[in-house]
Design a protein around this ligand. Structure first.
Ligand SMILES: [Zn+2]
Length: 283
């Protein structure tokens, strides 16, 4: 079974700016892009070393401020996807605002990469029962698949229960590639990456993907450049639990992901969809 591999490209501070108080100097574009470039280089090196390719969901604003980062990633053979324009949750936006962000982001990323941008992932997986209209906006803006749905109700920010765990289509034709979950103590727990990957022992993540494969479902793994390159600013004033949640094993991502890349087979998401015979409209 070939699983999807994805990287959400954003700076560490902008990633957390809606969860905790962040000093505005840390989300300055220049500061953020310097960090992103260093960590992205480490990420591309790691993937080259393991001869694997992935989907990189870039913030559209990076396509404008640092287009060379998008180009360099596309030139290395990876798929470019969109992670909205800025790292803002869709739950706080109107359909008009979301549409403007999508149009601007998709144009910037297509210009920078020279690729059609077909895939989308919402910041903080922030599409749920309260904003299902987002799927219509995505399709109208030219996207052909989404990977923003986590079929769980255990997380404080994201999740949607009563949705399939396998790849499916929304009524408008948009394909959904949900994040994998695993049954632990009766709950559906995300095993696809991020904080859960850093928290769980590696064998548990591997087991989650193997269970998914046995059920005939490709999973998708996600990670951030700052979890691989580990160049991250220190955020001040965090509670002990917040500090743990955002920094646990942050410096060990490269080694831990390398372990997983040796044991599971991954490909860009658009290629996994094609293998599963989902027509994304491009050859
Ligand atoms: Zn993100």
């Amino acid at each position: 079974m070939v699983h999807g591999l994805s990287v959400d490209v954003e700076g560490f501070a902008e990633s957390h700016a809606q969860s905790v108080r962040v000093d505005p100097s840390l989300t300055d574009t220049g500061v953020s892009d310097t960090e992103i470039e260093a960590n992205l280089n480490t990420t591309l090196d790691l993937f080259a070393q393991h001869v694997c390719r992935a989907t990189f969901f870039f913030l559209g604003r990076i396509g404008e401020s640092s287009p060379h980062l998008v180009r360099m990633t596309a030139d290395a053979g990876h798929e470019i996807g969109c992670h909205s324009y800025q790292h803002l949750r869709i739950t706080g936006q109107t359909p008009d605002e979301f549409r403007d962000h999508l149009t601007r982001a998709r144009a910037a990323l297509q210009d920078a990469s020279g690729q059609p941008v077909l895939g989308f992932r919402a910041p903080d997986f922030s599409i749920g029962a309260g904003n299902l209209w987002a799927f219509d906006e995505l399709y109208a803006a030219g996207f052909r698949y989404d990977s923003s749905v986590v079929p769980t109700d255990i997380h404080d920010v994201y999740g949607m229960s009563d949705v399939p765990e396998e790849i499916y289509r929304w009524p408008n034709g948009l394909i959904e590639f949900p994040l994998p979950v695993m049954r632990i103590l009766g709950e559906s727990v995300p095993v696809g990456g991020g904080g859960y990957f850093r928290l769980f022992p590696l064998w548990l993540t591997q087991r989650g993907f193997r269970q998914s494969a046995r059920a005939g479902r490709p999973g998708v793994f996600y990670i951030h450049p700052y979890e691989i390159g580990a160049v991250a600013p220190r955020l001040s004033g965090l509670s002990v639990t917040r500090r743990f949640r955002h920094y646990v094993r942050l410096g060990r991502g490269r080694k831990r992901l390398g372990w997983l890349l040796e044991r599971l087979e991954f490909a860009p998401m658009v290629e996994v969809l094609k293998r599963q015979e989902f027509d994304v409209g491009v050859e």
